[in-house]
Write a protein that binds this ligand. Structure first.
Ligand code: B12
Ligand code: SF4
Length: 467
């Protein structure tokens, strides 16, 4: 799937955008059923449903099911777990995907349209590539689906689907429905169920699509609605939740209120965070008391110059050690989110990151090869320097180098990425990070991380990451 980058960047969606009220009063037929599919990278050709079990279930499918489910019956299929049924009685096929799953989403869209089905696609990745998506679908929903789903169903009912639906300004997050948690196949997912409190982030990292999607603003759900969603999860007998938010910690006032509201619920929870959260000792105490057991922290790099040049210079690498220790002292485990291939990364970076993780006894680590996603400032910069070497989105999977790094070859970057993954999830490193530690009262919690490490070891040995 190739398209000239310049033309993608110039693209402005077509003239028939729908930004005002739908088509009430013109109904000619009822839309009774929607099939919602999350397309997976590498799906198709017998490879759909390649995983028997997910580490945790995403929020997109249960949430879309709630949005569409206000008006019609829904069937959801996560292609990581099951093959989407090509023969369906649904009136509409709604497809979502992320990252390198986009080519597969378009392939599925073609297959459904060949069978006479109407197809709508949405999600952050499809929204970033409207021109690529347009020929494959009846409609593209750009950005948030709230309200637009209802307009789309109105238009489908009178056979007047529009090519593009989008909000002029992102809508507030009031009045969101409770995700359809009942549709999560419980036996095939881990212990944590997904929730969402916020969308967007104001930090502005140059490599992050959220910077562009959110225009550096965070929108927040009323805290009562988050509590409502957690209560719905608890009502199903599940007591662990994972926040899907990009960075719920960025507005300290809101986050404090959220943590205060979670505390009495008695759940165990995890979330993404930036390192600054642990600079606030009182906040760390509150987090621990509220049931937070793990934070996935976007450290990104162990080289300050990389943070500075990627717009994240407000955080200090030399504070990382102290931050991790503070979280550990409170029993909060750390997942380090790291990016490899920044301009100040030499081939030594892989050993440097390994040493950082081992020395600080970091419980988990997720690595990404730096990936210039269309729409990010970093993409613009690398494109201008003529350093983007690959346009095929199937390779934009954060495991392959699709640009020319400054201090190593693409091959060195990719091999170093897998070598680092292999080293971090080697038995030696797992032992050092999780077992060879002074005994403390969080032993049981670490046993959970040990299981997670062994799962990652299994995945990495098959050259697979968490998806
Ligand atoms: C959780 C998450 C994951 C989980 C997914 C779990 C799962 N099975 O769903 C995991 C960790 C597995 C994951 C993996 C990856 N992810 Co991810 N992920 C996210 C994250 C943080 C939250 C997604 C979420 O649940 N949001 C909450 C739901 C409710 O919102 P939503 O999905 O956006 O849906 C709303 C709208 O987009 C819209 N919508 C979405 N789809 C559709 C479809 C239709 C038909 C309609 C009408 C509307 C609609 O309506 C919804 C309500 O408004 C986002 C960040 C973000 N801000 O979105 C990144 C993000 C989507 N991921 C991203 C990337 C790059 C990846 C990976 C490539 C990284 C990697 N190598 O691991 C892989 C790709 C996986 C693949 N298949 O190829 C990028 C995508 C950038 C891009 N343009 O490509 C994002 C934006 C992160 C970022 N800031 O860069 N991810
Ligand atoms: S702090 Fe995280 S979510 Fe926010 S812009 Fe940076 S990478 Fe994206």
């Amino acid at each position: 799937m190739r398209a000239p980058l310049e033309s993608l960047q110039r693209f402005r969606p077509g003239v028939r955008e729908v930004t005002d009220a739908g088509c009430k009063g013109r109904h000619t037929r009822r839309v009774t059923k929607v099939l919602i599919v999350q397309a997976a990278r590498g799906g198709g050709d017998g490879h759909s449903g390649k995983l028997h079990r997910l580490w945790y279930h995403g929020l997109t499918l249960p949430y879309l099911a709630a949005l569409f489910g206000r008006r019609c019956d829904v069937q959801v299929v996560d292609e990581l777990l099951d093959a989407p049924p090509l023969d369906t009685d649904a009136d509409l096929v709604a497809i979502t995907t992320m990252g390198a799953g986009l080519p597969r989403a378009l392939e599925l869209a073609d297959q459904y349209r060949q069978r006479g089905k109407r197809v709508v696609l949405g999600g952050p990745t499809a929204s970033a590539y409207p021109q690529t998506v347009a020929p494959h679908v009846d409609s593209l929903v750009m950005g948030d689906g709230e309200q637009l789903v209802e307009r789309l169903l109105d238009d489908l009912a009178v056979d007047r689907l529009q090519p593009v639906y989008r909000h002029e300004t992102p809508p507030p997050l009031d009045g969101t429905p409770v995700p359809r948690y009942d549709l999560i196949p419980r036996r095939r997912v881990g212990l944590f169920y997904p929730v969402e409190a916020t969308r967007g982030c104001s930090i502005g990292c140059r490599f992050c699509l959220t910077t562009q999607l959110s225009q550096r603003r965070q929108r927040q759900k009323p805290v009562e609605d988050v509590v409502r969603d957690i209560a719905a999860i608890q009502a199903m007998g599940v007591r662990r939740v994972i926040f899907m938010d990009d960075n719920p910690t960025v507005d300290r006032g809101y986050f404090r209120k959220l943590v205060g509201a979670i505390a009495p619920l008695g759940v165990e929870w995890m979330a993404n965070a930036t390192a600054g959260i642990a600079e606030d000792e009182a906040m760390v105490d509150r987090l621990a008391a509220s049931g937070c057991t793990m934070l996935a922290i976007g450290f990104e790099t162990v080289t300050q110059a990389n943070l500075d040049s990627s717009g994240k210079g407000c955080f200090r690498v030399d504070r990382y050690r102290q931050i991790i220790r503070r979280l550990h002292d409170s029993g909060i485990q750390v997942t380090a989110m790291m990016v490899l291939g920044f301009d100040h990364d030499s081939p030594a970076v892989f050993d440097e990151v390994l040493a950082f993780l081992n020395e600080n006894r970091v419980e988990m680590a997720i690595f990404h090869v730096l990936t210039p996603i269309l729409g990010t400032p970093m993409h613009a910069e690398l494109a201008e320097q003529g350093r983007i070497s690959e346009l095929d989105l199937a390779h934009y999977n954060a495991e392959e180098a699709v640009f020319r790094p400054a201090q190593m070859t693409q091959r060195e970057l990719e091999e170093g990425f897998w070598r680092l993954y292999g080293n971090v999830y080697s038995l030696g490193s797992i032992f050092r990070r999780l077992v060879a530690r002074a005994p403390d009262r969080f032993l049981l919690r670490r046993a959970g991380s040990l299981a997670a490490n062994l799962y990652m070891r299994h995945m990495v040995r098959q050259r697979r990451t968490i998806v």
